[in-house]
Ligand binder design. Structure first.
Ligand code: ATP
Ligand code: MG
Length: 594
């Protein structure tokens, strides 16, 4: 296990040892200055009570002013230094989590809810930051103050110290108990808040459905229920929170009463001065903070440890595919799939069974099959988003697991079934994965997918921001943008997973025609990219050299287009349905477009 995970406190303190040590020194000096002030106030008081000269009193007041000034300066420093320390720890941890998130595969995300993962990067990182920052600081502060104040109190009076501090050791335990309870109730409050905000969020995302199904009243009632629960949870927190200060005040009051009982007679008898009595009273008050700080500090550490355990669990999760391959593939010649079987995790039956085919550079393979037959799963395996069993996928005869992962990913450009766009400009979205954003190429590829004119109509053209608070796209526009993105990469193999299902047939045909001529390399068939087109629509498979029909994860039929159109029951069924609805297709009169 890496050091970051096994000993996070030591790791981060060592990493920022400069900031940490300076912060501790500044804290220690602040505590020293702060702890000596009551002694000097007591001295000034005695000088006033004894009618000493004003010069003496002024001198003492000068010392108090100096200590107070020094205290403010050093307090400012430790706050700055300490703040920087724990903020940069949180920053580092967030970066580590995020870079691990992007390494992990879809299998991991399937097992975790989005809320949990967001909470990890927000709440858990923050809770660990509070432990390594304020938590450790509070504990050090408490230890320093106890070590400084106790000897001063003992030097003033041993019996008074023992009698007045009798309740103090209980304070950390009581404080910890109260804080534990506050945290438990606070967690319930947070859960209620999550429900409440989830319900509020649904108005934003589901307003059309709410209106269409006249759900305004029901949704409002539901929201009110969550609101009421949240209110009750807040009251529960407030109840325990309210007991926190009285608990602390009680210990000061008890200590002060004891001091009055044991100290007042000594002052009256003239055995101790009013100043000493006053200073002692001040120290009783000052001891309450370090005692309660022990409870608070341990609580932060406890919470931070629990949070770090959750963070560590995620950082320790291995990616689905380990980047172990070393071989580089410069020129794509052929893809071979040999007896590929695949089980989804937690499933008893295989999603893909004994799939075999070969695809050479410049060839087009059409894949079709009923919904759920395993087409997108095959794409996930081919693109290595999910791991395929060893020795079942080969590029130029080399098993894919032996090929360097980043190299492999450059060989394939995929347009996934669910078009995903980032909240960036149109241009940045299209040029994703390219080393540089060339506006001319971006425009050319947008023309190929029939989007150029529509993009120019956006308020800022290619520079328009997409997504929330930006341009909203139709399903077909999203698909065409992701298609443009895949084409621009100019990879030697391109996979279109039902990428034009949301555009009308005419547009689909025009786009596929244009892609076909854009991809075709006039000089050499071997240099043209291999293409896999997945579709339920027969028109999209018109250019396919070969067609693979999947049925419940198995190859129902594979071979040249004409043969498959004649022999595959699934394809004949699809053809019959499509010719019935569109009146255009006759499987016995298959035109040859290739
Ligand atoms: N992540 C997953 N975990 C478990 N089972 C899955 C997962 N993804 C898909 N499946 C199952 O695997 C089977 C094949 O799904 P897949 O998405 O590959 O079908 P498809 O042929 O692409 O369907 P469609 O035409 O609807 O896109 C389905 O039964 C589906 O329920
Ligand atoms: Mg699919």
């Amino acid at each position: 296990m890496p050091k970051t995970l096994s000993r996070p406190y030591r790791f981060y303190i060592q990493k920022h040892k400069g900031l940490f040590s300076l912060g501790v020194i500044a804290l220690l000096i602040t505590n020293l200055f702060d702890s000596f002030i009551p002694l000097f106030i007591g001295q000034a008081l005695d000088r006033i009570v004894d009618f000493e000269s004003m010069t003496e009193v002024t001198r003492t007041l000068g010392v108090i002013a100096g200590l107070t000034l020094g205290l403010s300066v050093f307090r400012y420093f430790w706050r700055i230094l300490w703040g920087r320390f724990h903020v940069s720890v949180a920053d580092d941890l967030r970066q580590r989590i995020y870079s691990h998130f992007v390494q992990l595969g879809p299998g991991f995300y399937q097992r975790r809810s989005t809320g949990d993962l967001m909470s990890l990067i927000n709440n858990d990182v923050n809770s660990f930051r509070m432990a390594i920052g304020p938590g450790i600081l509070i504990l050090l502060d408490a230890v320093f103050l106890i070590l400084i104040i106790t000897p001063i109190m003992l030097s003033l009076s041993v019996p008074w110290t023992l009698k007045t501090l009798v309740l103090m050791p209980l304070v950390p335990f009581v404080v910890k108990k109260v804080i534990d309870e506050i945290h438990n109730r606070y967690r319930r409050q947070q859960d209620q808040f999550a429900e409440l905000s989830g319900s509020a969020q649904e108005v934003v995302s589901g307003i059309k459905t709410i209106k269409a199904y006249a759900q305004e009243k029901n949704q409002t009632q539901l929201f009110n229920v969550f609101n009421r629960k949240y209110e009750m949870a807040c009251n529960q927190v407030a109840k325990v929170d309210a007991s926190f200060s009285p608990v602390l005040e009680l210990s000061v009051t008890v200590g002060s009463v004891i001091l009055l009982v044991v100290g007042a007679p000594a002052v009256i008898a003239g055995e101790v001065t009013v100043g000493q009595f006053f200073a002692f009273y001040q120290y009783i008050q000052r001891m309450v903070w370090p005692m309660s700080a022990l409870g608070i500090g341990f609580n932060y550490i406890q919470e931070g440890n629990a949070s770090f355990a959750r963070i560590g669990e995620v950082l320790n999760s291995p990616p689905d595919i380990l980047p172990q391959g070393k071989t580089a593939v410069e020129h794509f010649q052929k893809l071979e799939v040999r007896h590929l079987n695949f089980f989804h995790p937690d499933k008893d039956l295989p999603t893909l069974k004994d799939i075999s085919f070969t695809l050479k550079a410049g060839e087009i393979l059409g894949i079709t099959g009923m919904t759920g037959s395993g087409k997108s799963t095959l794409v996930d395996l081919l693109t290595r988003v999910q791991p395929a069993p060893a020795q079942s996928l080969f590029i130029n005869g080399i098993p894919v697991e032996d090929i360097e992962l980043s190299h492999y990913r450059r060989l394939i450009s995929v347009v996934p079934q669910d078009a995903f766009l980032f909240s960036n400009t149109v241009s940045q979205n299209i040029a994703l994965g390219c080393d540089a954003e060339d506006p001319q190429q971006v425009e050319e590829v947008s023309q190929v997918v029939d989007m150029d004119r529509e993009i120019r109509d956006f308020p800022m053209g290619y520079e328009s921001i997409l997504g929330e608070k930006g341009v909203n796209l139709s399903g077909g526009q999203r698909q065409r943008l992701t298609l443009a993105r895949a084409l621009l990469r100019k990879a030697p193999m391109i996979i279109l997973d039902d990428s034009l299902s949301a555009v009308d047939r005419q547009t689909e045909k025009r786009i596929l025609d244009q892609i076909q001529s854009a991809l075709a390399d006039k000089d050499s068939q071997a240099k043209a990219p291999a293409c896999i087109i997945i579709s339920h629509r027969l028109a999209a498979l018109e250019w396919a050299d070969q067609i693979l029909v999947l049925d419940q994860g198995q190859v129902e039929c594979f071979g040249p287009r004409e043969k498959v159109l004649r022999e595959s029951p699934t394809l004949r069924k699809i053809a019959a349905l499509q010719s019935e609805s569109e009146g255009v297709f006759n499987p016995d009169e298959v035109p040859n477009y290739v």
